[in-house]
Design a protein. Structure first.
Length: 54
């Protein structure tokens, strides 16, 4: 009885950890995309400034 409960708890904890890992990966991907987008926009802004100066 206790062994079955421990196995169910273990399976639930593993599933939860797997879901959390997927969530963290998704948040990291969104963060990376946002950083790349911000960097690209800053590059375009700097290029526009350089173009207007010359």
């Amino acid at each position: 009885m206790v062994g079955q409960r421990a196995q169910k708890l273990s399976a639930s904890l593993r599933a939860t950890a797997s879901c959390l890992a997927g969530f963290v990966d998704a948040v990291q991907a969104v963060s990376d995309y946002a950083n790349n987008l911000k960097g690209a926009l800053m590059l375009v802004a700097h290029l526009a400034i350089l173009q207007s100066v010359s």
